[in-house]
Design a protein around this ligand. Structure first.
Ligand SMILES: NC(=O)C1=CN([C@@H]2O[C@H](COP(=O)(O)OP(=O)(O)OC[C@H]3O[C@@H](n4cnc5c(N)ncnc54)[C@H](OP(=O)(O)O)[C@@H]3O)[C@@H](O)[C@H]2O)[C@@H](O)CC1
Ligand SMILES: [K+]
Length: 454
Protein backbone atom coordinates (compact mmCIF):
# COMPACT_ATOMS: atom_id res chain seq x y z
CA UNK A 1 0.00 0.00 0.00
CA UNK A 2 1.16 3.58 -0.60
CA UNK A 3 2.64 5.34 2.40
CA UNK A 4 0.03 8.12 2.72
CA UNK A 5 -0.97 8.70 6.38
CA UNK A 6 1.43 5.94 7.53
CA UNK A 7 3.23 6.38 10.86
CA UNK A 8 6.93 7.33 10.70
CA UNK A 9 9.15 5.85 13.42
CA UNK A 10 12.74 5.84 14.54
CA UNK A 11 14.46 2.45 14.82
CA UNK A 12 14.15 2.60 18.62
CA UNK A 13 10.42 3.32 18.39
CA UNK A 14 10.02 0.43 15.95
CA UNK A 15 11.77 -1.94 18.33
CA UNK A 16 9.48 -0.78 21.17
CA UNK A 17 6.42 -1.53 19.01
CA UNK A 18 7.85 -4.95 18.19
CA UNK A 19 8.53 -5.65 21.90
CA UNK A 20 4.98 -4.66 22.85
CA UNK A 21 3.64 -6.98 20.17
CA UNK A 22 5.69 -9.88 21.54
CA UNK A 23 4.56 -9.03 25.08
CA UNK A 24 0.95 -9.41 23.92
CA UNK A 25 1.73 -12.97 22.83
CA UNK A 26 2.62 -12.77 19.14
CA UNK A 27 5.71 -14.84 18.39
CA UNK A 28 8.69 -13.52 16.46
CA UNK A 29 8.09 -16.20 13.83
CA UNK A 30 4.45 -15.14 13.37
CA UNK A 31 5.48 -11.52 12.84
CA UNK A 32 8.22 -12.56 10.42
CA UNK A 33 5.78 -14.74 8.43
CA UNK A 34 3.49 -11.74 8.19
CA UNK A 35 6.36 -9.55 6.97
CA UNK A 36 7.49 -12.21 4.51
CA UNK A 37 3.99 -12.62 3.07
CA UNK A 38 3.87 -8.89 2.37
CA UNK A 39 7.35 -8.95 0.80
CA UNK A 40 6.49 -11.97 -1.37
CA UNK A 41 3.28 -10.30 -2.56
CA UNK A 42 5.11 -7.13 -3.64
CA UNK A 43 8.05 -9.02 -5.14
CA UNK A 44 5.68 -11.16 -7.22
CA UNK A 45 3.84 -8.07 -8.42
CA UNK A 46 7.06 -6.41 -9.58
CA UNK A 47 8.76 -9.57 -10.93
CA UNK A 48 5.99 -10.44 -13.39
CA UNK A 49 7.49 -13.88 -13.96
CA UNK A 50 11.17 -12.85 -14.07
CA UNK A 51 13.79 -14.74 -12.04
CA UNK A 52 14.35 -13.44 -8.53
CA UNK A 53 17.53 -13.22 -6.48
CA UNK A 54 16.72 -12.86 -2.77
CA UNK A 55 19.58 -11.50 -0.65
CA UNK A 56 19.54 -12.71 2.95
CA UNK A 57 21.68 -11.02 5.61
CA UNK A 58 22.69 -12.22 9.08
CA UNK A 59 19.82 -10.69 11.10
CA UNK A 60 16.02 -10.56 11.06
CA UNK A 61 16.00 -8.65 7.78
CA UNK A 62 17.62 -11.83 6.42
CA UNK A 63 14.95 -13.89 8.22
CA UNK A 64 12.26 -11.96 6.34
CA UNK A 65 14.20 -12.65 3.13
CA UNK A 66 14.47 -16.43 3.60
CA UNK A 67 10.77 -16.67 4.47
CA UNK A 68 9.81 -14.56 1.45
CA UNK A 69 12.00 -16.75 -0.78
CA UNK A 70 10.10 -19.82 0.45
CA UNK A 71 6.72 -18.22 -0.27
CA UNK A 72 7.81 -17.01 -3.72
CA UNK A 73 9.20 -20.43 -4.68
CA UNK A 74 6.01 -22.10 -3.43
CA UNK A 75 4.07 -19.77 -5.73
CA UNK A 76 6.12 -20.99 -8.69
CA UNK A 77 8.76 -18.28 -9.04
CA UNK A 78 12.37 -19.06 -9.98
CA UNK A 79 14.19 -18.03 -6.78
CA UNK A 80 17.84 -18.16 -5.71
CA UNK A 81 19.06 -16.94 -2.33
CA UNK A 82 22.37 -15.09 -2.03
CA UNK A 83 23.28 -15.39 1.64
CA UNK A 84 25.63 -13.44 3.86
CA UNK A 85 26.88 -14.66 7.21
CA UNK A 86 25.47 -17.66 9.01
CA UNK A 87 24.96 -16.80 12.67
CA UNK A 88 21.19 -16.71 12.38
CA UNK A 89 19.25 -17.02 15.59
CA UNK A 90 15.63 -17.12 16.73
CA UNK A 91 13.00 -16.80 14.03
CA UNK A 92 15.61 -15.90 11.38
CA UNK A 93 17.35 -19.23 12.02
CA UNK A 94 14.04 -21.08 11.65
CA UNK A 95 13.29 -19.27 8.37
CA UNK A 96 16.76 -20.03 7.05
CA UNK A 97 16.33 -23.71 7.93
CA UNK A 98 12.90 -23.84 6.28
CA UNK A 99 14.31 -22.59 2.95
CA UNK A 100 15.03 -25.64 0.77
CA UNK A 101 15.88 -23.92 -2.51
CA UNK A 102 19.25 -22.98 -4.05
CA UNK A 103 21.53 -20.91 -1.80
CA UNK A 104 24.88 -19.40 -2.76
CA UNK A 105 27.29 -17.06 -1.00
CA UNK A 106 26.53 -13.42 -1.66
CA UNK A 107 29.90 -12.96 -3.40
CA UNK A 108 28.99 -15.73 -5.90
CA UNK A 109 25.34 -14.80 -6.34
CA UNK A 110 24.24 -14.81 -9.99
CA UNK A 111 22.91 -11.55 -11.41
CA UNK A 112 19.14 -11.66 -11.86
CA UNK A 113 16.63 -9.19 -13.28
CA UNK A 114 14.83 -8.87 -9.95
CA UNK A 115 16.59 -8.55 -6.60
CA UNK A 116 14.89 -8.64 -3.20
CA UNK A 117 17.20 -6.96 -0.69
CA UNK A 118 17.07 -8.56 2.74
CA UNK A 119 20.70 -7.92 3.69
CA UNK A 120 20.31 -5.31 6.45
CA UNK A 121 17.32 -3.49 7.86
CA UNK A 122 17.02 -1.26 10.89
CA UNK A 123 19.90 -3.16 12.54
CA UNK A 124 22.66 -1.76 10.29
CA UNK A 125 25.48 -1.04 12.74
CA UNK A 126 28.43 -0.08 10.51
CA UNK A 127 29.20 0.91 6.91
CA UNK A 128 28.87 -1.70 4.16
CA UNK A 129 32.37 -2.20 2.80
CA UNK A 130 34.69 -4.70 1.11
CA UNK A 131 33.30 -7.86 -0.53
CA UNK A 132 29.70 -7.03 0.39
CA UNK A 133 29.97 -3.59 -1.20
CA UNK A 134 31.50 -5.11 -4.35
CA UNK A 135 28.78 -7.75 -4.59
CA UNK A 136 25.88 -5.35 -4.20
CA UNK A 137 27.34 -2.95 -6.78
CA UNK A 138 27.61 -5.83 -9.28
CA UNK A 139 24.10 -7.17 -8.57
CA UNK A 140 22.53 -3.71 -8.63
CA UNK A 141 24.11 -2.87 -11.99
CA UNK A 142 22.69 -6.05 -13.53
CA UNK A 143 19.22 -5.86 -11.97
CA UNK A 144 16.22 -4.32 -13.66
CA UNK A 145 14.37 -3.97 -10.38
CA UNK A 146 15.38 -3.99 -6.72
CA UNK A 147 12.82 -4.29 -3.93
CA UNK A 148 14.21 -3.44 -0.47
CA UNK A 149 12.83 -5.25 2.55
CA UNK A 150 12.05 -2.58 5.16
CA UNK A 151 14.87 -0.23 4.12
CA UNK A 152 17.58 -0.20 1.46
CA UNK A 153 20.66 -1.96 2.87
CA UNK A 154 23.31 0.58 3.86
CA UNK A 155 20.94 3.35 5.00
CA UNK A 156 20.82 4.50 8.61
CA UNK A 157 17.19 3.95 9.60
CA UNK A 158 16.92 7.25 11.48
CA UNK A 159 18.85 9.70 9.30
CA UNK A 160 19.03 8.04 5.88
CA UNK A 161 22.79 8.60 5.98
CA UNK A 162 25.01 6.14 4.15
CA UNK A 163 28.50 5.86 5.56
CA UNK A 164 29.38 3.07 3.12
CA UNK A 165 27.81 1.35 0.11
CA UNK A 166 24.01 1.33 -0.37
CA UNK A 167 21.91 -1.07 -2.40
CA UNK A 168 19.72 1.51 -4.12
CA UNK A 169 16.12 0.29 -4.43
CA UNK A 170 13.44 0.92 -7.03
CA UNK A 171 10.82 0.26 -4.37
CA UNK A 172 10.96 -0.26 -0.62
CA UNK A 173 8.40 -2.15 1.41
CA UNK A 174 8.51 -0.59 4.88
CA UNK A 175 7.38 -3.06 7.54
CA UNK A 176 5.01 -1.83 10.23
CA UNK A 177 5.85 1.84 9.69
CA UNK A 178 7.83 4.21 7.51
CA UNK A 179 11.29 4.85 8.99
CA UNK A 180 12.71 8.37 9.17
CA UNK A 181 15.67 7.24 7.08
CA UNK A 182 13.40 6.65 4.07
CA UNK A 183 12.73 10.36 3.89
CA UNK A 184 16.08 12.05 4.41
CA UNK A 185 19.75 11.95 3.53
CA UNK A 186 20.70 9.33 0.94
CA UNK A 187 17.37 7.65 1.75
CA UNK A 188 15.58 10.10 -0.54
CA UNK A 189 17.32 8.68 -3.62
CA UNK A 190 17.88 5.10 -2.42
CA UNK A 191 14.34 4.22 -1.30
CA UNK A 192 12.52 4.36 -4.64
CA UNK A 193 8.72 4.06 -4.45
CA UNK A 194 7.83 3.87 -0.77
CA UNK A 195 5.27 1.23 0.16
CA UNK A 196 4.26 0.24 3.66
CA UNK A 197 2.56 -2.83 5.08
CA UNK A 198 1.27 -2.72 8.67
CA UNK A 199 2.10 -6.48 9.13
CA UNK A 200 -0.58 -6.60 11.81
CA UNK A 201 1.12 -4.05 14.06
CA UNK A 202 -1.17 -1.27 15.27
CA UNK A 203 1.40 1.52 15.26
CA UNK A 204 0.43 4.87 16.73
CA UNK A 205 2.50 7.94 16.09
CA UNK A 206 1.89 11.64 15.78
CA UNK A 207 4.68 11.75 13.21
CA UNK A 208 3.04 10.55 10.03
CA UNK A 209 3.07 10.82 6.26
CA UNK A 210 0.85 13.66 5.09
CA UNK A 211 -2.58 12.42 4.05
CA UNK A 212 -4.93 14.05 1.57
CA UNK A 213 -6.91 16.62 3.59
CA UNK A 214 -10.68 17.09 3.73
CA UNK A 215 -11.30 20.75 3.00
CA UNK A 216 -14.42 22.44 4.37
CA UNK A 217 -16.22 24.53 1.72
CA UNK A 218 -17.56 27.97 2.71
CA UNK A 219 -20.92 27.99 4.50
CA UNK A 220 -24.00 29.39 2.75
CA UNK A 221 -24.02 32.45 5.04
CA UNK A 222 -20.29 33.17 4.70
CA UNK A 223 -19.11 36.40 3.12
CA UNK A 224 -15.68 37.66 2.11
CA UNK A 225 -14.70 38.71 5.64
CA UNK A 226 -15.97 35.63 7.47
CA UNK A 227 -14.11 33.48 4.93
CA UNK A 228 -10.95 35.30 5.91
CA UNK A 229 -9.07 38.31 4.64
CA UNK A 230 -5.48 37.54 3.69
CA UNK A 231 -2.96 40.36 3.76
CA UNK A 232 0.20 39.97 1.69
CA UNK A 233 2.97 42.40 2.57
CA UNK A 234 5.06 43.31 -0.46
CA UNK A 235 8.53 44.81 -0.56
CA UNK A 236 11.62 45.33 -2.67
CA UNK A 237 10.80 42.58 -5.20
CA UNK A 238 7.07 42.91 -5.85
CA UNK A 239 6.81 39.90 -8.19
CA UNK A 240 7.18 37.46 -5.32
CA UNK A 241 4.38 39.08 -3.33
CA UNK A 242 2.14 39.12 -6.43
CA UNK A 243 2.73 35.41 -6.91
CA UNK A 244 1.89 34.77 -3.27
CA UNK A 245 -1.24 36.93 -3.52
CA UNK A 246 -2.42 34.99 -6.58
CA UNK A 247 -1.96 31.72 -4.72
CA UNK A 248 -3.80 33.13 -1.71
CA UNK A 249 -6.73 34.14 -3.93
CA UNK A 250 -6.85 30.72 -5.64
CA UNK A 251 -6.40 28.96 -2.31
CA UNK A 252 -9.85 29.81 -1.02
CA UNK A 253 -9.48 33.24 0.62
CA UNK A 254 -12.53 35.48 0.89
CA UNK A 255 -10.48 38.58 0.18
CA UNK A 256 -6.82 39.24 -0.63
CA UNK A 257 -5.16 42.58 0.04
CA UNK A 258 -1.69 43.21 -1.32
CA UNK A 259 0.17 46.00 0.48
CA UNK A 260 3.02 47.18 -1.64
CA UNK A 261 4.72 50.35 -2.89
CA UNK A 262 4.10 48.94 -6.37
CA UNK A 263 0.39 49.28 -7.15
CA UNK A 264 0.25 46.48 -9.74
CA UNK A 265 -2.03 43.59 -8.77
CA UNK A 266 -1.85 40.10 -10.28
CA UNK A 267 -5.64 39.66 -10.53
CA UNK A 268 -8.47 42.20 -10.54
CA UNK A 269 -9.85 40.34 -7.53
CA UNK A 270 -6.74 41.19 -5.51
CA UNK A 271 -7.03 44.62 -3.89
CA UNK A 272 -4.06 46.96 -3.58
CA UNK A 273 -3.68 49.08 -0.43
CA UNK A 274 -0.87 51.09 1.11
CA UNK A 275 -1.41 49.34 4.44
CA UNK A 276 -3.17 46.25 5.75
CA UNK A 277 -5.63 46.76 8.60
CA UNK A 278 -4.50 44.25 11.26
CA UNK A 279 -7.99 44.15 12.77
CA UNK A 280 -9.51 42.95 9.51
CA UNK A 281 -6.92 40.39 8.47
CA UNK A 282 -7.43 36.73 9.39
CA UNK A 283 -3.88 35.97 8.28
CA UNK A 284 -0.96 38.06 7.06
CA UNK A 285 1.94 36.84 4.96
CA UNK A 286 5.25 38.64 5.46
CA UNK A 287 8.40 37.83 3.58
CA UNK A 288 8.19 37.03 -0.14
CA UNK A 289 10.29 39.69 -1.89
CA UNK A 290 10.35 41.83 1.25
CA UNK A 291 14.07 42.65 1.10
CA UNK A 292 16.28 42.98 4.17
CA UNK A 293 16.85 46.72 4.47
CA UNK A 294 15.80 48.90 7.41
CA UNK A 295 12.33 49.40 6.00
CA UNK A 296 11.85 45.65 5.69
CA UNK A 297 13.12 45.21 9.24
CA UNK A 298 10.63 47.77 10.58
CA UNK A 299 7.78 46.15 8.65
CA UNK A 300 8.73 42.76 9.98
CA UNK A 301 8.98 44.04 13.55
CA UNK A 302 5.56 45.68 13.27
CA UNK A 303 3.86 42.44 12.21
CA UNK A 304 5.82 40.30 14.61
CA UNK A 305 4.51 42.28 17.57
CA UNK A 306 0.94 42.38 16.22
CA UNK A 307 -1.91 40.12 17.28
CA UNK A 308 -2.33 38.82 13.72
CA UNK A 309 -1.94 35.22 12.68
CA UNK A 310 1.24 35.31 10.59
CA UNK A 311 2.94 33.33 7.87
CA UNK A 312 6.63 34.23 7.80
CA UNK A 313 8.57 33.31 4.67
CA UNK A 314 11.58 34.29 2.58
CA UNK A 315 13.43 37.47 3.58
CA UNK A 316 11.42 37.87 6.78
CA UNK A 317 12.92 34.64 8.11
CA UNK A 318 16.29 36.44 8.15
CA UNK A 319 14.81 39.36 10.12
CA UNK A 320 13.23 37.48 13.04
CA UNK A 321 14.72 35.62 15.99
CA UNK A 322 13.51 32.57 17.84
CA UNK A 323 12.76 34.33 21.14
CA UNK A 324 10.56 36.97 19.50
CA UNK A 325 8.68 34.24 17.67
CA UNK A 326 8.12 32.31 20.88
CA UNK A 327 6.70 35.43 22.55
CA UNK A 328 4.05 36.02 19.86
CA UNK A 329 0.51 35.91 21.24
CA UNK A 330 -1.02 34.80 17.89
CA UNK A 331 -0.45 31.74 15.68
CA UNK A 332 2.69 31.74 13.53
CA UNK A 333 3.68 29.54 10.61
CA UNK A 334 7.27 29.58 9.33
CA UNK A 335 8.05 28.25 5.83
CA UNK A 336 11.85 28.02 5.57
CA UNK A 337 13.94 26.12 3.06
CA UNK A 338 17.06 24.42 4.44
CA UNK A 339 19.25 27.56 4.27
CA UNK A 340 16.69 29.81 5.95
CA UNK A 341 16.09 27.13 8.58
CA UNK A 342 19.82 26.85 9.30
CA UNK A 343 20.18 30.61 9.74
CA UNK A 344 17.30 30.76 12.21
CA UNK A 345 17.70 27.53 14.16
CA UNK A 346 21.19 26.27 13.31
CA UNK A 347 21.94 23.60 10.70
CA UNK A 348 19.72 20.52 11.05
CA UNK A 349 21.71 17.46 12.09
CA UNK A 350 21.07 14.20 10.18
CA UNK A 351 17.46 13.86 11.31
CA UNK A 352 15.54 16.75 9.72
CA UNK A 353 12.27 15.60 11.27
CA UNK A 354 13.78 15.85 14.75
CA UNK A 355 15.29 19.24 13.86
CA UNK A 356 11.95 20.61 12.62
CA UNK A 357 10.17 19.35 15.75
CA UNK A 358 12.77 20.98 17.97
CA UNK A 359 12.49 24.24 16.00
CA UNK A 360 8.69 24.20 16.39
CA UNK A 361 9.03 23.58 20.11
CA UNK A 362 11.51 26.45 20.55
CA UNK A 363 9.68 29.01 18.39
CA UNK A 364 6.16 27.89 19.43
CA UNK A 365 5.35 28.09 15.72
CA UNK A 366 4.36 25.62 13.03
CA UNK A 367 7.54 24.98 11.05
CA UNK A 368 7.23 23.95 7.41
CA UNK A 369 10.77 22.81 6.55
CA UNK A 370 10.76 22.58 2.75
CA UNK A 371 12.87 20.12 0.82
CA UNK A 372 12.89 16.78 -1.00
CA UNK A 373 10.82 15.68 1.98
CA UNK A 374 8.88 18.60 3.41
CA UNK A 375 8.36 18.37 7.18
CA UNK A 376 5.45 20.15 8.86
CA UNK A 377 6.19 20.22 12.59
CA UNK A 378 4.08 21.54 15.47
CA UNK A 379 5.16 22.59 18.97
CA UNK A 380 3.12 19.71 20.48
CA UNK A 381 5.47 17.15 18.88
CA UNK A 382 3.27 16.16 15.96
CA UNK A 383 4.62 16.24 12.42
CA UNK A 384 3.58 15.37 8.90
CA UNK A 385 5.98 14.60 6.05
CA UNK A 386 5.46 14.56 2.29
CA UNK A 387 7.72 14.17 -0.71
CA UNK A 388 6.62 16.83 -3.19
CA UNK A 389 7.33 16.45 -6.93
CA UNK A 390 10.96 17.32 -7.71
CA UNK A 391 9.74 19.70 -10.46
CA UNK A 392 8.79 22.10 -7.66
CA UNK A 393 12.48 23.00 -7.21
CA UNK A 394 12.20 26.13 -9.30
CA UNK A 395 12.06 29.86 -8.52
CA UNK A 396 8.86 31.26 -7.06
CA UNK A 397 7.20 28.02 -5.98
CA UNK A 398 7.99 28.91 -2.35
CA UNK A 399 6.11 32.20 -2.77
CA UNK A 400 3.13 30.25 -4.07
CA UNK A 401 3.27 27.91 -1.08
CA UNK A 402 3.49 30.83 1.35
CA UNK A 403 0.40 32.46 -0.19
CA UNK A 404 -1.44 29.18 -0.04
CA UNK A 405 -0.52 28.66 3.62
CA UNK A 406 -1.89 32.13 4.39
CA UNK A 407 -5.12 31.36 2.52
CA UNK A 408 -5.68 28.13 4.42
CA UNK A 409 -4.77 29.81 7.72
CA UNK A 410 -7.37 32.51 7.08
CA UNK A 411 -9.96 29.91 6.08
CA UNK A 412 -9.35 27.43 8.91
CA UNK A 413 -7.83 29.56 11.71
CA UNK A 414 -6.07 26.31 12.68
CA UNK A 415 -2.33 26.64 11.92
CA UNK A 416 -1.27 22.97 11.78
CA UNK A 417 -4.28 22.04 9.70
CA UNK A 418 -3.69 25.06 7.44
CA UNK A 419 -0.05 24.15 6.84
CA UNK A 420 -0.96 20.52 6.06
CA UNK A 421 -3.72 21.52 3.66
CA UNK A 422 -1.46 24.02 1.88
CA UNK A 423 1.50 21.66 1.50
CA UNK A 424 -0.75 18.92 0.14
CA UNK A 425 -2.51 21.29 -2.30
CA UNK A 426 0.82 22.73 -3.46
CA UNK A 427 2.22 19.27 -4.25
CA UNK A 428 -1.01 18.25 -5.96
CA UNK A 429 -1.12 21.45 -8.03
CA UNK A 430 2.46 20.70 -9.12
CA UNK A 431 1.43 17.23 -10.30
CA UNK A 432 -1.50 18.73 -12.18
CA UNK A 433 0.79 21.37 -13.73
CA UNK A 434 3.14 18.62 -14.95
CA UNK A 435 6.86 18.48 -15.70
CA UNK A 436 8.96 21.63 -16.24
CA UNK A 437 6.35 23.71 -14.44
CA UNK A 438 7.03 27.34 -13.60
CA UNK A 439 5.69 28.92 -10.41
CA UNK A 440 3.19 31.02 -12.36
CA UNK A 441 1.51 27.79 -13.57
CA UNK A 442 0.71 26.57 -10.08
CA UNK A 443 -2.07 28.90 -8.86
CA UNK A 444 -4.48 28.00 -11.68
CA UNK A 445 -4.28 24.33 -10.64
CA UNK A 446 -4.99 24.98 -6.97
CA UNK A 447 -8.80 25.09 -7.39
CA UNK A 448 -8.68 21.66 -9.09
CA UNK A 449 -6.59 20.32 -6.22
CA UNK A 450 -9.10 21.78 -3.74
CA UNK A 451 -11.97 20.15 -5.67
CA UNK A 452 -10.39 16.75 -4.99
CA UNK A 453 -10.50 17.44 -1.23
CA UNK A 454 -14.13 18.54 -0.82
N1 LIG B 1 10.98 -4.38 14.22
C1 LIG B 1 9.91 -5.05 13.73
O1 LIG B 1 8.81 -4.79 14.13
C2 LIG B 1 10.10 -6.09 12.72
C3 LIG B 1 11.36 -6.34 12.18
N2 LIG B 1 11.53 -7.22 11.20
C4 LIG B 1 12.77 -7.24 10.44
O2 LIG B 1 13.89 -7.22 11.27
C5 LIG B 1 14.81 -6.25 10.80
C6 LIG B 1 15.73 -5.84 11.88
O3 LIG B 1 16.41 -7.00 12.24
P1 LIG B 1 17.73 -6.99 13.12
O4 LIG B 1 17.49 -6.18 14.31
O5 LIG B 1 18.08 -8.40 13.34
O6 LIG B 1 18.77 -6.23 12.24
P2 LIG B 1 19.25 -6.43 10.71
O7 LIG B 1 18.93 -5.17 10.03
O8 LIG B 1 18.72 -7.67 10.14
O9 LIG B 1 20.85 -6.50 10.81
C7 LIG B 1 21.51 -6.95 11.95
C8 LIG B 1 22.61 -7.89 11.59
O10 LIG B 1 23.44 -7.34 10.60
C9 LIG B 1 24.79 -7.23 11.08
N3 LIG B 1 25.35 -6.03 10.50
C10 LIG B 1 24.91 -4.76 10.68
N4 LIG B 1 25.57 -3.92 9.87
C11 LIG B 1 26.46 -4.67 9.17
C12 LIG B 1 27.42 -4.37 8.17
N5 LIG B 1 27.58 -3.14 7.72
N6 LIG B 1 28.14 -5.36 7.65
C13 LIG B 1 27.98 -6.63 8.09
N7 LIG B 1 27.08 -6.99 9.05
C14 LIG B 1 26.33 -6.02 9.58
C15 LIG B 1 24.65 -7.22 12.55
O11 LIG B 1 25.86 -7.63 13.11
P3 LIG B 1 26.32 -7.08 14.54
O12 LIG B 1 26.17 -5.58 14.51
O13 LIG B 1 25.40 -7.69 15.52
O14 LIG B 1 27.72 -7.53 14.63
C16 LIG B 1 23.51 -8.19 12.75
O15 LIG B 1 23.97 -9.51 12.61
C17 LIG B 1 13.91 -5.17 10.27
O16 LIG B 1 14.55 -4.26 9.43
C18 LIG B 1 12.86 -6.02 9.57
O17 LIG B 1 13.32 -6.41 8.28
C19 LIG B 1 10.45 -8.09 10.73
O18 LIG B 1 10.95 -9.41 10.70
C20 LIG B 1 9.26 -8.13 11.61
C21 LIG B 1 8.91 -6.86 12.28
K1 LIG C 1 17.12 -4.36 3.30
Amino acid sequence: MRATDAPILTAAEMRAVEAACFARGTSQAELMECAAAAVAREAARFARGRSILVLGGPGNNGGDAFAAARLLAAAGHDVTVGALGGRWSGAAEAMQAAWRGPTVDLADAPAQPVVVDGLFGIGLSRPIEGEVATAIARLRAAAGFVLAIDIASGLDADTGAAAGAVLRADATLALGAVKRGHLQGEGVAATGALLVDPIGLAVRSEVRMLAQPRIAPPGSDDHKYTRGLVGVVGGAMPGAARLAATAAARGGSGYVVLASADARVPLDAVVHREEIDPDRAAAVLVGPGLGRDDKARRTCEQWLTSNCALVIDGDALALVDVDSLARRPAPTILTPHAGEFARLFGPPAGDRIAAALEAARRSKAIVVLKGAATVIAAPDGSARVVQPPAWLSTAGTGDVLAGLVAARLAATRAPMRAACEAVWLHARAARLAGPALVADDLPMHIPHAIAECL
